[in-house]
Write a protein that binds this ligand. Structure first.
Ligand code: XLS
Ligand code: CA
Ligand code: CA
Length: 441
């Protein structure tokens, strides 16, 4: 049964189109730097926002009807969400989805019952995957909503809760493997603390690492060949979360010997909550060989919380795609729209238009990032900026063939150094504008 009845397959109509239900820039098969756009971008739908979230906030109930013709809280509704999700993805040409265990079914009081519901729904999802060719980008376990996780999952003070975290991860890994998923995400929603007065940080971090090692061992034992991901976030819901940003999470992985199996899943809105730009956390991940996947959304510059908006800033997506292209792409990753409509945008059309906005914004970002790379002036400038390290004493510093004594002698000989070359920030920003808006006049 068709759910989104008045909405057909979303066509590509080009930049002049005024049809709100058409792509203006995302042309799936168009080659950019030798690869079809759809492969450069690997778009994914987040089950939780798109099929579950209704716009509920702290001040009122949801505004969007996501019953899809069934009674909420039943397995019939779980199946209706699958029908809606696959119809939605097919109409938009989205080839991947991401899920939490409890996005798929109503959670039961007894974990055994929850697991049998997951078995039933995953058989149904698998049928749809086979029929449509749609794939799973990554799976995860929700270890932050249920009250048992009030003090975290791996970091909980309760060993019984730790067991439930382990059980959920085990099942979510089973499902990820059943779906042939490319990745498995740890977002440490409540892995952090509210006050140090009651918290043993070292103990908690050791336990989180233990849980991750157990997950890797189990995942590999059942044939999971993809990447594990940490998704950093500094705060919300906890005051202080342990995976603050990419640099912190990478340090943690290295400290506990998890860096061979894990990479980063960078969310734009989380990077900005940490006081960075999206581009910054992508760069930090990339230079450490840890750029895994991306949660594609945006926050709001005036609001200090996690608004999960559909990305609309072409400047931001250009700089993000610039990092991703220069890192050689996302091997087991993609761009997952961990994004939701604003509460007053509550119709089925809005669901589609949110994705069209996000997909077009990233398509433009890809085109413009490729143009920046082809233009070459940024790369050339950066290379030249460090050229004092290519010869003489600079080359010796880089190759490790010098000493503090020799360097001090060189300084004494120079007496006073010439100022470093201009950073030319304004010139470079102007180049970016030129590449973004060429053809504007
Ligand atoms: C919440 C996170 C979450 C993860 C998956 O802020 O973005 O949705 O992506 O658990
Ligand atoms: Ca996310
Ligand atoms: Ca978020």
């Amino acid at each position: 049964m068709e759910i989104f009845k008045n909405i057909g397959k979303i066509p590509f109509e080009g930049s002049q189109s005024k049809n709100p239900l058409a792509f203006r820039y995302y042309d799936a098969e168009k080659l950019v730097l030798g690869k079809p756009m759809k492969e450069q971008l690997n778009f994914a739908m987040a089950w939780w926002h798109n099929l579950c979230a209704t716009g509920t906030d702290m001040f009122g109930p949801g505004t969007a009807d996501k019953s899809f013709g069934a009674t909420i809280g039943t397995m019939e509704h779980a199946k209706a969400k699958v029908d809606a999700g696959f119809e939605f993805m097919s109409k938009l040409g989205i080839e991947y989805f991401c899920f939490h265990d409890v996005d798929l079914i109503p959670e039961a009081a007894d974990i055994n019952e929850t697991n049998s519901r997951l078995d039933e729904i995953s058989d149904y999802i698998l049928e749809k995957m086979k029929a449509t060719g749609i794939k799973c980008l990554w799976g995860t376990a929700n270890m932050f909503s249920n009250p048992r996780f009030m003090n975290g999952a791996g970091s909980s003070n309760s060993a019984d809760v730790f067991c439930f975290a382990a059980a959920q991860i085990k099942k979510a890994l089973d499902l990820t493997v059943k779906f042939g998923g490319e990745g498995y995400v740890f977002w440490g929603g409540r892995e952090g603390y509210e006050t140090l007065l009651n918290t043993d940080v070292k103990f908690e971090q050791e336990n989180i690492a233990r849980l991750m090692h157990l997950a890797v061992d189990y995942g590999r034992s059942i044939g999971f060949k993809g990447d594990f991901f940490i998704e950093p976030k500094p705060k919300e819901p906890m005051k202080h979360q342990y995976d603050f940003d990419a640099a912190t999470a990478i340090g943690f992985l290295r400290q506990y010997g998890l860096d061979k199996d894990f990479k980063m899943n960078i969310e734009a809105n989380h990077a900005t909550l940490a006081g960075h730009t999206f581009q910054h956390d992508l760069r930090i991940s990339a230079i450490n060989g840890m750029l895994g996947s991306v949660d594609a959304n945006t926050g709001d510059a005036q609001l200090g919380w996690d608004t999960d908006e559909f990305p609309y800033s072409v400047y931001d997506t250009t700089m993000a795609m610039y990092e991703i292209l220069k890192a050689g792409g996302l091997k087991h990753g993609g761009l997952n729209f961990d994004a939701k409509n604003r509460r007053p945008s509550y119709t089925y059309e809005d669901m589609f238009e949110g994705f069209i906005l996000g997909m077009d914004t990233f398509a433009l970002g890809l085109i413009k990032a490729a143009a920046l790379i082809e233009d070459g002036r940024l790369d050339e400038f950066v290379k030249d900026r460090y050229s004092s390290y290519t010869t003489g004493i600079g080359a010796k510093i880089r190759s490790g063939e010098t000493t503090l004594v020799e360097l001090a002698a060189k300084a004494a000989e120079l007496k006073t150094p010439a100022l470093p070359g201009s950073g030319r920030q304004e010139r470079l920003e102007s180049i970016v504008n030129q590449v973004l808006f060429n053809g504007a006049n």
